[in-house]
Design a protein around this ligand. Structure first.
Ligand code: ZN
Length: 449
């Protein structure tokens, strides 16, 4: 399990993992990602420098459950200019300036006509911030502007502007990327990060960076000969339609998924938040156990069908044991879905800390299984089986013996090791070690339940 001290960010240490993740976010930040298309492809292609992502293209029009893979939205240029040709709003300055999915338009219009197509934030929030808005699955166009720009465009109802959005929708494909790190069993831990937002750092890119570096560290672990107990699968795809597409294309393999996390919003300075899976699950128990032992602000929230792709992964027909792990939740910080969710808003320290916590949660989940006592009629004889010798060889003899006794008692096939660790208040690592010794001595089996 990762040692939190190893992960501490030291300013100036350029190769620290926090810095590496921040550099990754900086590289991906300018791409104009959306739910399909060039920016999404470029993002996945760049991530291939970090880990061997397999890229899949699902053609426009492919039926995915109740949805269809959409067309790709492409944009070349967009602006609002005054009569003198001065651009007041310019897509070249920020790809947030146009509502994603906007229809094309080329028109001269008066300020009063243009106004319904301007989206802005309240002046008191910040006069320079621009909102991030999308319009996929509806026919509309709009510009996203700061309050200052809005005020300039609304000086005079009769002022005429040149309004251009040079966009198009084309048949293409939706792109997603995945990497599988084979473990000792087919049981799979799924990590999912959405990567469909344009220049937003905390929302989408922080989750992408943590997932990518988690994968990189797992591959380094494999290279050292330390094969994970379970298989890990890391998926990068657009939110909503990407998750729906991935699930439709991978429905069969979801039977192997025994837990996982949806990662987002992991680079801000706030405390951690975990939105639990829809039903009580091992992932809820793993997060609870890890966060209980960490001296860091943390909030556990019950499942709700809003927010990120827990809506898809925890829909009743899919119902995976997955929850969403974040710092400050979506919609609960002023920079959310605005131009202020930028490279300064996410820090190497927060990213490194997030990676450390996520690694520990998944390592805990990885050690989990549901044990069954193979000699459940009274206590088995431990001496005859050499168990006392095993106790003596353990560094923490007292607590190790305690873990053995608890497991033998609790392993009735209804509880997993996480539930047992919680019940007896012993570290998961120790409980797993005790379980391994009991399996080795044929006192413990794996429950099918
Ligand atoms: Zn978002």
């Amino acid at each position: 399990m990762a040692n939190s001290l190893d992960q501490k960010y030291v300013p100036g240490s350029e190769n620290h993992v926090g810095q590496q993740m921040h550099r990754c976010i900086t590289q991906l930040f300018p791409y104009h990602r959306s739910n399909a298309g060039v920016g999404l492809r470029q993002t996945l292609s760049d991530l291939q420098d970090i880990l061997p992502i397999k890229v899949h293209e699902v053609p426009t029009g492919t039926k995915v459950f109740d949805w269809e893979v959409p067309q790709e939205w492409r944009i070349k240029d967009a602006f609002i200019a005054d009569e003198a040709g001065q651009r007041i709003v310019d897509y070249c300055d920020s790809n947030l300036a146009v509502m994603s999915g906007s229809l094309p338009i080329r028109a001269r219009m008066r300020a009063a006509e243009l106004r319904p197509n301007l989206l802005t934030l309240k002046e008191e929030l910040n006069p320079d911030w621009v909102p991030y808005r999308t319009a996929f699955f509806r026919d509309a166009w709009a510009f996203c502007v700061s309050h200052k720009q809005w005020a300039r465009l609304n000086q005079d109802d009769q002022e005429v502007f040149n309004v251009v959005i040079d966009s198009e929708f084309i048949d293409g494909s939706l792109t997603y990327g995945e990497v599988t790190i084979e473990g000792q069993t087919k049981e799979t831990i799924l990590v999912y990060a959405h990567c469909c937002h344009p220049s937003l750092a905390n929302d989408n890119l922080s989750g992408v960076a943590v997932a990518a570096f988690l994968g990189k560290q797992l591959l380094e672990r494999v290279a050292r000969g330390d094969i994970p107990f379970k298989t890990y699968k890391i998926v990068f795809a657009p939110a909503t339609i990407g998750a729906i597409t991935w699930l439709a294309q991978n429905e069969k393999m979801t039977a192997n998924i025994t837990g996982g996390l949806i990662l987002s919003l992991l680079g801000d300075a706030g405390g951690f938040t975990f939105k639990q899976s829809r039903v009580e699950s091992s992932v809820n128990r793993a997060v609870e156990l890890v966060m209980h032992n960490r001296n860091t602000p943390f909030e556990m929230r019950p499942f709700s069908p809003f927010g990120y792709d827990e809506r898809q992964f925890c829909s009743p027909g899919i119902n995976l044991p997955m929850g969403c792990f974040m710092r400050t939740p979506n919609g609960e910080f002023p920079e959310y879905h605005t131009s202020a969710d930028n490279l300064e808003f996410v820090s190497p320290e927060a990213l490194a800390d997030s990676l450390d916590v996520v690694t520990e949660i998944l390592a805990t989940l990885e050690q989990n299984f549901k044990p069954v006592n193979l000699h459940p009629f009274c206590e088995p004889q431990l001496g005859n089986r050499g168990l006392y010798r095993a106790f003596g060889e353990h560094d923490d003899r007292g607590r190790f013996q305690e873990a053995v006794m608890w497991i033998l008692n609790q392993a009735d096939g209804t509880k997993d090791l996480l539930a047992i660790a919680k019940h007896c208040e012993l570290p998961m690592k120790l409980v797993r070690e005790a379980a391994d010794v009991l399996v080795e001595h044929e006192l413990l089996g794996f429950s099918e339940a």
